[in-house]
Structures are given as structure tokens and as C-alpha cells.
Design a protein around this ligand. Structure first.
Ligand code: CA
Length: 246
């Protein structure tokens, strides 16, 4: 199984700093988007801790041949370690109290499978056979309302409370991740993104840009970020695109 990757993180049009972080080990097929929160550069620190601890750890596990349940458990353990590290850092540095981060991990594994693990509202999408599917489900108050039928997904996008998370790293000692695993097909295009992208663009627009995928994946990632900025760029924007080759 071969694939291509491109990604970029952008501060957006309004924010002063960029609290998003991304990790990509293209050779081993391990990718992460993390969206940090907390004032005084604490958000940057939290998202960096998770990419720096979980990314290389999962890469190592993939290299050592972990797959299936074993890889899932290893990734969970690394995410738990990162959670603890964020909490300890916040304990030691009072100005970083309350910092936290999302994490969305994608690993492409032998046997043409993928593993996606997620906490928070950074999303994983899959474009397959011309249809866009959201792999992950946001851990937000607004998503709970959508699940209950009280809000439509479109109302959720512009909802003033859309950024309130029900789960994040750095906030509680117990971490609960959602895991998604499925087959990978040639031509699949995965997108990991922060809510600065998915909150600014409707899924149809994301799909339109991803479908235009030329051989230049970087152009696709850049177009996604440009579109989010043109729509207002109210938050940091991160887009990470992985295309599975024939
Ligand atoms: Ca964000």
C-alpha cells in the first residue's frame, strides 16, 4: 500500500497565535492533528505535547509490526501518557492551568486497514468513490444536541457553543478515545482537520475541494486553508490530506 501526504497549519485571519499542531510520518503512514486550547501560549504547548509524544510512539509501534487491537491499545496508552504529561505541566506552571488539546490520529496499517483514534472535535473525513464521510464524531455539547435530534448538522456548524468540548486531553485523568478502523481502498483520500476548517466550510465545499484532487496534494491542502480563510478564518486552520495510491 502506497500513499501521498500533504498538510499545512495556518493561524487564520483573526487569532494572534496558532494553537494547532500537526504530525506526519509519511513513510510509516502515521498522521495527527491536534487543536490546543488555553491562554498564554498554553494551547500551543498542549497540542505540541500530544503530537510529540503520540506521533513518534505510534510510528515506532507501526515499525515494530503492531496492528489491529495491539496498535489500538498502544496508541491509547500513548494518548494517556500525553494526557498525564499535559496535566503535570499545567500543575507545575500555573499560567498553563486549564490547557487542553484535541487529538485525531490516523495510522495506515498493513493488510490495507486504517486506524483512527480521536478525542475532541478535530475531524477525520474519508472521500471514497466520490462521497465524503465523516469518520469521527465530535465530542461537543452541540454534537450531543445533533444526536438527540435537537439541532441539524448545519445549525451545529454556526452554533455559538460549537466549540464547547465534552472531551479533551488535559482536563481529566481518565481518557476515553473513540476508535474507528476499516479497510483502505486505492484512491481513498483521508482528511484530518481542526475545527477552524470544518467550522468554516460546509461538508459539500470540503468535498468539492478534495474531489478536485490533482496529483498535487499540497495544492489541495492549500486550497482548503485558503477557502477557510476566505470564509472568515475565525480560528487556526489545519488540513492534513493523505491519498492512497493505486
Ligand atoms: Ca480550533
Amino acid at each position: 500500500m502506497k500513499w501521498q501526504y500533504a498538510g499545512r497549519s495556518d493561524v487564520g485571519k483573526v487569532r494572534q497565535g496558532n494553537e494547532d499542531a500537526l504530525f506526519a510520518d509519511e513513510a510509516r503512514g502515521v498522521f495527527i492533528v491536534a487543536d490546543g486550547m488555553g491562554g498564554h501560549v498554553a494551547g500551543e504547548v498542549a497540542s505540541q505535547i500530544v503530537t510529540e509524544m503520540v506521533g513518534p510512539g505510534v510510528s515506532r509501534a507501526v515499525e515494530e509490526g503492531f496492528s489491529g487491537e495491539e496498535l489500538e491499545q498502544e496508541a491509547l496508552k500513548l494518548i494517556e501518557d500525553a494526557n498525564r504529561a499535559i496535566m503535570e505541566r499545567a500543575d507545575n506552571e500555573p499560567e498553563k492551568r486549564g490547557m487542553g488539546t484535541t487529538v485525531t490520529l490516523l495510522a495506515l496499517i498493513p493488510g490495507r486497514r486504517y486506524l483512527c483514534q480521536q478525542v475532541g472535535d478535530s475531524r477525520g473525513y474519508l472521500l471514497r468513490d466520490g462521497a465524503l464521510t465523516q469518520i469521527t464524531r465530535d465530542h461537543t455539547v452541540v454534537q450531543q444536541q445533533v444526536d438527540r435530534g435537537a439541532l441539524s448538522p448545519e445549525q451545529a456548524r454556526d452554533h455559538p457553543l460549537s466549540h464547547i468540548l465534552t472531551r479533551a486531553l488535559g482536563t481529566e485523568f481518565n481518557v476515553e478515545t473513540d476508535s474507528y478502523t476499516d479497510d483502505v481502498k486505492a484512491g481513498d483520500i483521508f482528511l484530518l482537520c481542526s475545527d477552524g476548517l470544518s467550522g468554516m466550510l460546509p461538508d459539500e465545499e470540503i468535498m468539492r475541494i478534495l474531489s478536485s484532487a490533482s496529483d498535487d496534494l499540497q495544492e489541495v491542502a492549500d486550497s482548503l486553508i485558503d477557502a477557510a480563510n476566505e470564509a472568515g478564518g475565525l480560528d487556526n486552520v489545519t488540513a492534513l490530506v493523505v491519498k492512497v495510491l493505486p
